[in-house]
Design a protein around this ligand. Structure first.
Ligand code: NGQ
Ligand code: ZN
Length: 460
């Protein structure tokens, strides 16, 4: 079995290096990532530059089957909230088989697109009537199976959801499949823990948002979580829409991020998903808390959320990573492109994502997003270094956009000059090849099961 790969060029945490030998153990963990190495006779040579696999820190898998279906006017002035009404309607009929088939195709797509792990923010818990399944963990287990089949690394974040708005507003009809008590949430985590451990997945908790989780429940859930999985990741949607900010101020006198920082022990285990609308003080305190900002550039654009102030966050040393969220787009390179372009449009400058240490935007952004994504996932997937999992992507040096370029320019071309084509040759997770010649082994069968599931869901 292959346990080593030799690369003429590889992106290490410190930057691009030449003649890199990647070697890993039977558990799929890198034991070395050494530059200036000689190629061992037995090692395979990568067909192009090797970059670290991108962790995807935010996914609602079932929404992949809904992508593209709300791009027409439904109200005089469509918004995030009118999209959400349609999304709830779509989610209302989803069953376990469809969940598994949609997620299997999605995770295969993710692997083909350069993501090697995913954090699944899983909130559809109950059956179509809102009653718990006989096995309460049914839909979460469907996602675990999909991850296992495709080989993608996994962090499962069961979602706590109790109210429809700040101040304890009762949930609405469209939310009936999401609702559970804090106690039943903790029991669900206990039930899922052995299944996660068995496949090397990390278990965490996602209080959906301050809209959906009252302060008391947030406190109790966090206290209970540590008894089940100490230090587990905690992800929350925060300040995505200005209405959410206004409602939070009306309820508490504070903006959502400010409220959270004051009332919860926000630190490096936290992922603040979206955090789109913050004032200067929230940027400073949020970044310094050590939490990861979970940026989902294409979904945030698709839903009309607004633009995160990337410079303000990074100025205070803020960690960040990428999520594909609603999966309007499933492509790590396109998320980087959208992030950088949003900031260029916002600041009327170029190469906003570059840093003092790393002038190439795609390289600088990739390294930071891998770090932040690994932190949010709560797994050792932080890049090409000993002790991290052997998760990596081999770019296709033969792709027209890349041919004849230096390694940093090949990554730039992958992100900025090859949209809607793929410049990925191979993808490895935990030292196992999952994508070869651009295709996942399950590509064909997973694609037809996905289309069948979507067709069922759209029939009435
Ligand atoms: C979600 N998605 O949970 O799927 C949310 C919409 C909500 C995004 N925020 C629902 N992108 O936030 O209430
Ligand atoms: Zn989300």
């Amino acid at each position: 079995m292959t346990r080593a790969l030799f690369a003429a060029d590889a992106l290490l945490p410190t930057g691009w290096a030449k003649n890199v030998l990647l070697a890993w153990n039977a558990a799929g963990q890198l034991v070395e990532a050494r530059a200036g190495a000689d190629k061992p006779a037995a090692a395979e040579t990568a067909g192009g530059p090797v970059i670290p696999g991108m962790p995807n820190l935010h996914s609602h898998a079932f929404q992949r089957a809904f992508a593209g279906l709300t791009e027409h006017r439904a109200e005089q002035q469509d918004s995030f909230w009118s999209w959400r009404t349609l999304m709830y309607r779509f989610a209302a009929r989803l069953g376990p088989r469809q969940m598994e088939d949609i997620a299997t195709w999605l995770y295969a797509e993710m692997l083909e697109a350069g993501y090697t792990s995913v954090c699944e923010f899983q909130y559809v818990h109950h059956d179509a009537d809102g009653k718990p399944y006989a096995d309460d963990a049914t839909l979460s287990r469907a996602l675990l199976r999909a991850a296992h089949k495709t080989g993608i690394g996994f962090t499962l974040l069961p979602v706590l959801y109790q109210t429809s708005g700040f101040g304890g507003l009762p949930p609405n009809e469209g939310q009936r499949r999401f609702i559970r008590s804090t106690d039943s949430m903790l029991r669900l985590l206990e039930a899922l823990k052995p299944a996660c451990d068995a496949q090397g997945a990390r278990l965490g908790l996602a209080p959906h948002s301050l809209r959906a989780v009252p302060p008391e429940a947030l406190r109790e859930a966090l206290a209970g979580l540590d008894a089940i999985e100490a230090g587990a990741p905690v992800h929350i949607h925060i300040a995505e829409q200005t209405k959410e900010v206004d409602d939070c101020i009306a309820w508490s006198g504070q903006r959502p991020v400010a409220w959270l920082l004051e009332h919860a022990p926000v630190d490096a285990r936290w992922c603040l998903v979206h955090a789109t609308h913050m004032d200067a003080d929230e940027y400073r305190r949020g970044a310094r808390s050590g939490a990861v900002a979970g940026l989902c550039p294409t979904t945030e654009a698709n839903l009309g959320d607004g633009l995160f102030d990337f410079a303000a966050w990074r100025q205070h040393g803020g960690a960040w990573g990428l999520g594909s969220d609603s999966h309007a787009c499933v492509d790590a390179a396109e998320e980087l492109l959208m992030l950088e372009y949003g900031q260029r449009l916002r600041t009327r400058q170029r190469n906003v994502g570059a840093t003092a240490a790393q002038p190439h935007v795609a390289t600088a952004l990739t390294l930071q997003a891998v770090q932040g994504g690994a932190q949010a996932a709560g797994r050792a997937i932080g890049g090409l270094a000993a002790g991290q999992q052997a998760d990596f992507v081999v770019l296709d040096a033969q792709q027209l956009a890349l041919q004849g370029l230096s390694a940093p320019d090949m990554l730039s071309a992958h992100v900025f000059a090859s949209h809607r084509t793929r410049a990925i040759d191979a993808v490895w997770v935990a030292g196992r090849p999952r994508v070869a010649a651009g295709r996942h082994a399950l590509h064909a069968e997973a694609a037809s099961a996905f289309v069948a599931a979507r067709t069922q869901l759209l029939q009435d």
